[in-house]
Design a protein. Structure first.
Length: 512
């Protein structure tokens, strides 16, 4: 039974969750968490940095997490970082430090990907009605807001309303002064103004809040309202959230720490977090929020389970979100979608028909498919050097549900659709892990053949038949009525040498 570990490096705390995949369902077997305030200095000024002490504290915790992962026999680990590392100028030093101690590679994910993963974790594990729902994850540096309808993301935005960030920026006295609170509320109101109309228009019925601030407010609400269940998933009405925000703002950090569910470290930042929740509910005309312990780690685990087992529950949902993100990128860069879809069709057919020959891992079908849609994005910048531009764009663009390594694979496949095929010495190939280099060179061949089959952009090839013979792969092209496929046959002829170099067989192409 495969075992997965998810590590979330946040601006305020670091979290670990380990789960085992049993009968296509994840069973949590270990959890750990510790506050390290990694992002405390990052948000104090533009161009902020991670402090040596916070990095050291975080690395110590990650070393502990690494030992736990070994003890539980973890098969795969994903380590992601959010707002603190997105903004820190010295983040590479921290990433290198973590890698030297644990061997783990830290992924810095965007706010949109963070929101997607949180949404995935929640909808995969919590029953939600068909009504529109708002998911709120308020961390140390940012707040992710996601509108979901029937388990599908309709809109998402990341706003700079993290509890650590706001505390450092606005609250300099204990308890906070009235002027500080007015400035804090004014900033929150301004940022919420970016999304409030969308949330109101969505007619949200359910608000699900994750992360430590929501847990603390739910615990305080339980103490104030003895009728509350006090369990995970507690409801906090808007009126209660406003009352808690006022109560916390009047108390010192020591007095806040004594409240049930807060503690000394949360007490330092909870005033700002409570203000965000109170104003969010009021500004967006929401009646309550419901706390859930689910979040980013759960989404990471679901993603890993789906990548391991294509029949796992969230697989279809993940692929749908990824596909929508690919189409959005194609639209942004003005890709010729008729051509791209035709190339993709042939790429998928070639991939499947030649699977016994190319022996690529199954997930490469998705990467070839994505590259088929996106290989022309470089033309948006300049037709000259468009293949190099495509590689740069795809290496640095965001595709939801795709890791940085997978993005580099897609970019490398898309890079080599011009005259020159890839060489093992090329930088885009050398930048890949050793295990993927030969895979990518074979995947490039699949895409080059698919592009050749629609080189004239007139969809002249109506149908394609592929036969794997002893020494040759034979392609039989059926032309569309009234057209010829001479250009496509010429393009396929040009790929014969590369085909033999990569797959060790001849290539023939003829009209059916």
């Amino acid at each position: 039974m495969p075992t997965f570990a998810a590590v979330d490096i946040g601006a305020n705390s670091v979290r670990l969750k380990i789960a085992r995949l049993v009968r296509r369902r994840l069973r949590v077997i270990h959890e750990d968490r510790q506050v390290t305030r990694l992002g405390e200095l990052v948000f104090k000024s533009p161009g902020g940095v991670l402090s040596p002490d916070s990095m050291s504290d975080t690395v110590k915790v990650l070393r502990r997490f690494h030992r736990a992962s070994q003890e539980y026999g973890v098969d795969a680990v994903r380590v992601v970082a959010t707002s603190a590392l997105r903004e820190a100028h010295n983040r590479q030093r921290f990433i290198d430090w973590v890698h030297s101690v644990t061997g783990w590679t830290v992924e810095i994910i965007s706010g949109a990907e963070e929101a997607r993963l949180i949404h995935l974790g929640v909808v995969s594990n919590l029953r939600i009605s068909g009504w529109p729902a708002l998911m709120v994850d308020l961390g140390g540096g940012s707040c992710e807001l996601t509108i979901s309808v029937r388990g599908q993301i309709r809109d998402t935005v990341s706003v700079p309303l993290g509890a650590v960030r706001l505390t450092n920026e606005f609250l300099h006295h204990d308890p906070p002064r009235k002027k500080e609170l007015r400035q804090l509320r004014g900033f929150i109101d301004r940022e919420l103004g970016r999304v409030s109309n969308k949330i109101i228009a969505a007619r949200v019925k359910t608000v699900i809040a994750t992360s430590g601030t929501a847990a603390a407010l739910a615990a305080v609400a339980e103490n104030l309202d003895k009728h509350s269940s006090g369990t995970a998933g507690s409801f906090v009405p808007a009126r209660t959230a406003a009352r808690i925000a006022r109560l916390l703002a009047r108390r010192t950090v020591e007095e806040r720490a004594e409240l049930q569910g807060i503690g000394p470290r949360r007490a330092e930042i909870v005033v700002a977090g409570a203000a965000v929740y109170a104003q969010l509910l009021e500004r967006c005309r929401l009646r309550y929020f419901r706390y859930s312990p689910l979040g980013l780690r759960d989404g990471l685990l679901e993603q890993m389970a789906a990548d391991y087992d294509r029949r796992a529950r969230p697989r279809e949902k993940i692929e749908s979100e990824r596909w929508e993100s690919i189409l959005a990128a194609a639209g942004h860069y003005q890709v010729d979608m008729d051509h791209a879809m035709q190339v993709r069709k042939f790429a998928v057919q070639l991939f499947r028909s030649m699977a016994r020959l190319h022996q690529l891992p199954m997930e490469y079908e998705e990467w070839v498919s994505a590259a088929a849609i996106l290989y022309e994005v470089g033309g948006y910048i300049n037709r000259n050097g468009r293949h190099r531009h495509a590689y740069y764009i795809l290496s640095h663009s965001e595709i939801l549900g795709v890791t940085p390594q997978q993005r580099r694979i897609i970019a490398a496949i898309a890079r080599y659709t011009g005259t020159s095929p890839p060489l093992a010495s090329d930088p885009p190939i050398k930048a890949l892990p050793a295990a993927d280099r030969q895979h990518v060179m074979r995947a490039c061949l699949v895409l080059r053949l698919a592009r050749a089959l629609n080189l004239g952009r007139h969809q002249a090839v109506k149908a394609l038949k592929i036969r794997l013979q002893k020494n040759t792969v034979a392609l039989a092209l059926t032309p569309k009525r009234g057209t010829d496929v001479e250009l496509e046959l010429w393009a396929l002829e040009r790929e014969r040498a590369y085909f033999r170099e990569v797959l060790g067989r001849g290539l023939s192409a003829a009209v059916a």
